[in-house]
Each structure stands twice: as C-alpha cells, then as structure tokens.
Write a protein that binds this ligand. Structure first.
Ligand SMILES: *Cc1c(COP(=O)(O)O)cnc(C)c1O
Length: 385
C-alpha cells in the first residue's frame, strides 16, 4: 500500500519545451534576444489586444516593481493591497520607499475586500494592488470605477490569474494601469523564474523597458540621428537587471501554447474536487461567477465549523497519507517585518486571520493523473471521516 509521495505541485514540462530550450542553447544567443521578443509577441497575441505592451521580466516581483516605479510611486506615498497574499506583492512598495496599507479580505472569495480598500484611502494613497487570489478574479469593475473616482492607479498582481476572465474579458486586458503575471515554477505556466508586465500605457511601458535593463536607452540618441552606431547607448537612470533570458523565454513560448490545455486540465481537476468533497465539513472554493473563468492556480479548502480536527492536524494526517499540501498564505500581518513596521494585529484582519487558521491548499497541477486526484480525494475523505 505504499504509494509514492504526491507533491503539492510539479511543473509540466514536455519534449517540445526541452527541444525549444536546447535550440536556444545551441543558437549562440542565450540572454534576452529574438526568442524573448517572440515570446512577448505571442503573449500579446494570447491576450488578444494589439494595444497592449508586453514586457518579459525575470520575475513577477520585478514586474510589479517596474510598474510601480514607472507610475512614480515613492517616499510619502501609500499603496493599498491585501494582507492575504505573498510578500512579493507588498515588498515592491517598500523597495520604492513608499508605505503599504494592508486591508482584509472578503471571506466568500478570499479576495481583497473592495469596501475595505475605499475605507483605507488617505490623501497619501496613490495606488491599489489587487491580487486575483488562487486564480479567481477580484471584482475589477468595482475596483477600477473606485480608482478612477478617487484618482488612484491600479496594478494587478495576476501571479495566479493566467488565464482568468472577468465578464468574458481576460485579466491583463481589463484597463488597469498595469498587470503582472508570474512564471514561477508552480504557477499555471512556467519559465523556471519569470514574469510578464502588461500595460496599454505607452509611457509606462517605455519607462519599464528602460528600467528593466540598467536604465539603458538607445532612443535618447535616436532623437538626434538615425545613424547611431550599434554599440552606442546612454544611461538615463539607475535601472535594474530584470530582463528574461532567451533560454527561459524558449520554455515560456512552448508553455504558452499549452495554456488552453493546461486550463482545461485544471478545470477538470477542480470540478472533480468540487463534486467529490462537497459532503465533507469543508468550505470549498467558489467557482467563478457567470461570464468569468477561474484559473485554478490554487485549490484552497477551509475546515468548516464541524470539522473533527484543526488545520495543522489535518495537514499532518494528509502528509502521513502521502499527500503534499500547503497554506496560502501566512497573511502578511503575521510576519515579523510587516507586523512590526505597521503595528499590525490579527484583530485588524479578522477574515484573513480566520481563513488562514482553517485553510489548506490541496494538490492541483496539470501533470497529476486522475488516479493521483482520486488519491487526494480518498485521503481527504479518510482523514475527515
Ligand atoms: C508567485 C507570486 C508572486 C511573485 O512571483 P515571482 O515570479 O516569483 O516573483 C507575487 N504575487 C503572488 C500573489 C504570487 O503568488
């Protein structure tokens, strides 16, 4: 009866990806180059919006940093985001010397509470970073309408949201100032490490493009002569080193082709869990509302009131049954840095705190077999019996 341990996640990398990476390695050009440019074009085509600028970067964290930098966020400014996220969402605000205002979540969706955003706005507030938690969209029409009314910028953390739809429209095309996707190893597609910054704002894109690579500009010279030598560049700002390599982009371009199939598989696995776990003392994750698509990056259950054990015991028993799981996330208000910098207490975030204490992310990844999904179902049922 000893079956191999089922990890929480595993990347789904096929022969096409391996061939494409091999080709990039053999090409003689391994850093940012033609493959990265084609990957950006393919990503724009996937989003289906010719007005979008797509900038490949070496992480979503880098993309969020670049977007906020290009929007001019700096010391004295405040940026509002959810406490129920990964630290990357918020740390980029601190990179720029601005301050983070964390707010609570809606317990139905685990997404940022839109009313709480409005209540947290002060004269210093400059931007909002909604996070599409687990792949379920934030109520973006409400967030964008409020942001416009209050003169705030919106940068979507779409690390979980490829592809997520709201009212039929893909996240990335919803009209915020910028949207950032992650290609980290366990996300819905991967480049090992990587991300994509997406915006319709040409000035934002231009700034992010320069800052992505050391603050280096060739355009400055182009203004004066069309015949600049190819070796010439100018440094216009102390930029960053956030470019994606052609090796990673080769992997990304192949993963992107498989994204529709990846989504179908995730939807299939989520539907199986929704049906097979419905009668247990669990709060199951909500499906996307009509017209929406849930990307199912994460499948997060919460132990209900009548559950026979606490969250930690539940996870221990699942591990003992050979099932890896995780918790997304230890909310930011509990981490020493965020807690101490802003004097945060759990009482300020009752919904996130309560969800955290009862939540478990079950394995859901495209490389898992039906038999492995049934092992998860059987183990959860047995542990809660
Ligand atoms: C993974 C993740 C990030 C960071 O992505 P990287 O590509 O690893 O930088 C940011 N926000 C959220 C919500 C994430 O899950």
């Amino acid at each position: 009866m000893t079956q191999p341990f089922l990890p929480f996640a595993r990347p789904d990398i096929g022969e096409a990806e391996i061939a494409a990476v091999t080709q990039a390695l053999r090409s003689g050009w391994v850093t940012t180059g033609p493959v990265t440019q084609r990957f950006e074009q393919a990503f724009q085509a996937f989003l289906g919006d010719e007005a979008l600028h797509c900038l490949a970067v070496n992480s979503a964290t880098a993309g969020l940093h670049l977007a906020l930098e290009a929007l001019g966020i700096g010391p004295g400014d405040e940026v509002i985001t959810t406490t129920h996220t990964f630290t990357a969402t918020a740390e980029v605000v601190r990179y720029l010397g601005a301050d983070v205002k964390l707010v609570d979540i809606d317990p139905a969706t685990l997404n940022i509470d839109v009313a709480a955003i409005e209540a947290a706005i002060t004269p210093a507030t400059k931007a909002i970073i909604p996070v599409h938690y687990a792949g379920l969209a934030v109520d973006m029409p409400a967030v964008l309408a409020m942001a416009r009314r209050r003169g705030l910028k919106v940068v979507e953390d779409a690390a979980h949201a490829l592809p997520t739809r709201v009212g039929g429209e893909l996240v990335g095309t919803l009209g915020s100032d910028a949207t950032v996707f992650s290609f980290y190893a366990n996300k819905t597609m991967t480049t090992g490490e990587g991300g994509m910054l997406v915006t319709r704002d040409a000035a934002l894109a231009q700034r992010a493009k320069v800052m992505r690579l050391h603050g280096m500009s060739r355009d400055a010279f182009d203004r004066f002569t069309a015949t600049r030598p190819s070796w010439y560049y100018e440094i216009v700002a102390p930029g960053f080193k956030y470019n994606l390599t052609d090796i990673a982009a080769a992997l990304g371009a192949e993963q992107l082709k498989r994204l529709p199939a990846f989504l179908a598989r995730r939807q299939q696995l989520a539907a199986r869990y929704q049906a097979a776990l419905a009668d247990l003392p669990l709060i199951l994750p909500p499906d996307a509302p009509a017209g929406g698509t849930h990307a199912w990056h994460l499948y997060v259950v919460r132990l209900a009131e009548g559950a026979p054990m606490d969250r930690d015991t539940f996870i221990e028993r699942l591990y003992a049954a050979g099932i890896g799981c995780s918790v997304h996330y230890v909310p930011l208000h509990l981490h020493p840095y965020w807690r101490d910098r802003y004097g945060l207490t759990p009482a300020q975030f009752p919904q996130s705190q309560r969800a955290f204490e009862r939540m478990v992310s079950l394995p859901l990844f495209t490389a898992m077999s039906d038999a492995e999904a049934e092992r998860v179902v059987a183990a959860v049922r047995a542990v809660l019996a």
